[in-house]
Design a protein around this ligand. Structure first.
Ligand SMILES: [Fe+2]
Length: 320
């Protein structure tokens, strides 16, 4: 269970790294499962890291919403409701922590054998997959291939548009600094939360075949302005770590899948903890108390935490 310093850190910064939050054996089995899905004649060879450098060759690309291989991204969702994947993330440690943050007996339970993310295809032709659409398990295993000699590029942060309460990104293998682990903008949840028109959801512009220019999520001007400020005034945290380390993150936290300038593939499992009352709460405007749906323990958490916990959390610069 989290101590008072960890609760304070999460409340202030919007994220918390749990070292060893995933079982090591299950991480290894999840990697086995992931590699099983790669075509046998692929140029990527599991035990030859030199072959993992991206991008995917054109003949190896797949644009299936259940199994994407494109550029430097390898995203597998088709096994997201198998027992192994649900045991991996919906484990007693992480469920206990999620309940400590969100309240006891409040979590929606994933469905073994249910529909995985991507089952209903992309949000529009050629578009992204909505992580909430028909998803009854984990989002999937998301890999970022090493960039090799790709030129460095700037960071760009976003928030996720679909309703959920608490996200997790769990590392299945060791990821070094600058290796494409989850990157977060500390404190951004407190600045972005009031800029939304709905507490957990967002208005969307429908996609029409004959009117294809405008589609997808509609952001408020306040949100767009705050994202620009965040990129200028906040130093992001690179949540690198070892196999089994898990990042918990607030649903309005700005983040990105980091660029992978290392020589190893970033392999991570993504899951969204949702409360059973999310359908009621999702369209309510943001509350004056942004912690109204969180546990009493979190509501009452202070703001003090030590330099030791900041170091353990990869935090390089304190945020206001
Ligand atoms: Fe995202």
């Amino acid at each position: 269970m989290l101590n008072s310093e960890q609760l304070a850190f999460f409340k202030h910064n919007g994220y918390l790294i749990i070292r060893g939050g995933l079982d090591a054996q299950l991480c290894a089995e999840a990697q086995d499962r992931m590699w099983q899905e790669l075509p046998a004649d692929s140029l990527l060879k599991r035990h030859d890291p030199a072959t993992h450098v991206g991008p995917f060759r054109q003949q190896e690309e797949s644009f299936s919403s259940l199994h994407l291989r494109s550029g430097y991204r390898w995203q597998q969702r088709q096994f997201g409701t198998e027992q192994l994947m649900i045991d991996l993330v919906f484990n007693p440690t992480l469920c206990g922590i999620a309940e400590q943050l969100l309240g006891a007996n409040t979590l929606r339970t994933p469905v073994v054998g249910g529909t995985p993310m991507g089952t209903v295809g992309p949000a529009w032709p050629g578009g992204p997959v909505d992580p909430a659409m028909g998803t009854e398990g984990v989002r999937g295993i998301y890999c970022t291939l090493p960039y090799g000699d790709k030129p460095r590029e700037p960071d760009a942060c976003h928030t996720d548009g679909h309703p959920f309460n608490l996200g997790i990104v769990g590392l299945l293998s060791d990821v070094p600094a600058d290796g494409g682990a989850f990157k977060v903008w500390p404190g951004s949840h407190r600045r972005l939360y009031p800029t939304f028109s709905m507490m957990y959801d967002q208005p969307r512009i429908p996609y029409y075949d004959h009117l294809p220019t405008h589609k997808g999520i509609l952001h408020t001007p306040e949100y767009c302005a705050e994202i620009v400020c965040l990129l200028e005034d906040t130093t992001p945290t690179d949540c690198w770590g070892n196999a089994g380390d898990v990042v918990l993150w607030h649903h309005r936290l700005a983040h990105m899948a980091g660029h992978n300038y290392s020589d190893v593939m970033r392999q991570a499992v993504l899951y969204d903890f949702c409360k059973t009352d999310l359908d009621v709460a999702r369209t309510i405007p943001p509350d004056n108390d942004m912690w109204r749906d969180w546990s009493e323990a979190l509501q009452e958490a202070g703001t003090d935490y030590s330099a030791d916990i900041s170091a353990d959390q990869n935090l390089t610069k304190l945020c206001q």
